[in-house]
Design a binder for this molecule. Structure first.
Ligand code: LRH
Ligand code: MN
Ligand code: MN
Length: 406
């Protein structure tokens, strides 16, 4: 990209009243956590495809994640999933991460892969199974203390397949019981992020089905509990950006799991089928980031942006690079919204003018902007190309097949 392209871009944006220096510094501050499970073999319920060169253990997952950070500068932390990333000594994993310029991000308990959890984990009618699940949650809080992680992200598969199968209200109180016990175990700086999903693997009712339920638990628990929005966990047509704006306004949005969906919880590369939705999510976040209420601004500052994808047919590292670049691109476009212009149009009740002021930002080509910030940070202008042309894709082939999988 020539200097000319950027000069033109800058002139154009300044003429629109956009503070380009501010846009650049906000973009440089954007951090996106990648998930350890996105580097391992994964698939659908029909098949997990085995790839050559997939990490064989949590340590190698961090090595792959370091490559994503090296070329994008966007991903300094990695979320772990327990027991997928179980190790004997978490301080070793922590120092390994640090030696690669990374840190361990959110700790994700896993309460959906053991036989006993078939009819539920923390909402199982059997008290001994509920206890076992509880112990795992507490173990994850301890791991987070050891790894220095701020967030423990919770997603429960608990639910039922048929009417009458379980007592929905009893299960609701068991859920609160478990969350409350876990909440008490958190250190003061820690957060509990409560994720929701409307179906799958349960198909009749899910105990934590939507943002309202997650919000209600978070509200009952206290300030350290917040809601996590996984973009793939909504019914068709749901206005996700509305949920985002609402939760920020209630100071209860803790973070995101980004991915894209066409039909259900597809776990596809974020921004591939619905870039405008991603843009509109960032538009809401940035709109709230300008609020006069310091609490709302603080909520925005503390949002954890995380990828949650399981690339089933794509090569893992390039797929992750694509994901984070898509997030960066839509964030950059949303930073070009002139909020005063939108507000003025709203005040005139100019429906089309307001829509136009938002959409126009989406239509700009932000490539010159992204090139300049990468150049200023000493990053490759084209991170994907830099990765593909490095020796790493070849080197990892020596790992062979049969790497870690979920
Ligand atoms: C559930 C989910 C949740 C899990 C992850 C592996 O669908 O989004 O966040 O922890 O997938
Ligand atoms: Mn998720
Ligand atoms: Mn999911």
């Amino acid at each position: 990209m020539s200097d000319r392209a950027y000069t033109l871009f800058e002139e154009q944006q300044k003429a629109r009243g956009i503070n380009v220096e501010q846009v650049k510094s906000k973009l440089k501050a954007l951090k996106i956590e990648t998930p350890s499970w996105g580097y391992g073999d994964s698939g659908t319920r029909f098949k997990v495809f085995q790839k050559v060169g997939v990490p064989r253990n949590p340590f190698e997952k961090f090595e792959d994640a370091a490559q994503v950070h090296r070329v994008t500068g966007l991903c300094p932390s990695v979320a772990i999933h327990i027991p997928w990333d179980k190790v004997d000594d978490y301080s070793k994993l922590k120092s390994h991460a640090e030696s690669l310029g990374l840190s361990i991000g959110a700790v994700n308990p896993n309460l959906f892969q053991e036989e006993e959890y078939m009819l539920g984990s923390v909402t199982n009618a059997d008290a001994s199974i509920r206890r076992k699940a509880m112990e795992h949650l507490l173990e994850c809080v301890d791991i987070a203390k050891e790894t220095g992680s701020r967030d423990v992200s919770l997603w429960f598969a608990d639910g039922t397949n048929y009417p009458g199968q379980g007592d929905i209200r009893k299960r609701k109180s068991w859920m609160l019981e478990a969350l409350s016990e876990m909440y008490k175990a958190l250190s003061p700086h820690m957060r509990m992020l409560i994720e929701y999903k409307f179906f799958e693997p349960a198909f009749y009712h899910t105990d934590l089905a939507d943002w309202g339920m997650a919000y209600n638990y978070a509200l009952k628990l206290g300030p350290q509990a917040e809601v996590l929005v996984d973009t793939g966990h909504h019914a068709q047509g749901t206005n996700v950006e509305h949920i985002v704006a609402y939760l920020i306004d209630e100071k209860k949005l803790g973070g995101f799991h980004f991915n894209s969906r066409k039909y259900a919880d597809d776990d596809l590369i974020v921004g591939t089928t619905n870039p405008y939705e991603l843009f509109l999510i960032f538009y809401q976040i940035q709109n709230a980031g300008n609020d006069s209420d310091a609490g709302i601004r603080q909520t925005v500052d503390n949002i954890a942006y995380m990828i949650d994808q399981s690339h089933s047919i794509e090569r893992k590292i390039p797929a992750m690079i694509r994901s984070v670049l898509n997030v960066q691109t839509q964030c950059a476009k949303a930073l070009l919204v002139n909020h005063d212009e939108v507000e003025e149009a709203q005040q005139r009740n100019d429906v089309l003018g307001a829509e136009d002021a938002v959409r126009r930002a989406f239509e700009f080509d932000v490539t010159p902007l992204l090139h300049v910030i990468r150049e200023e940070q000493g990053l490759p202008l084209d991170p994907m190309k830099a990765y593909l042309e490095s020796s790493y894709p070849q080197e990892i082939l020596a790992r062979g097949k049969g790497g870690a999988s979920w």
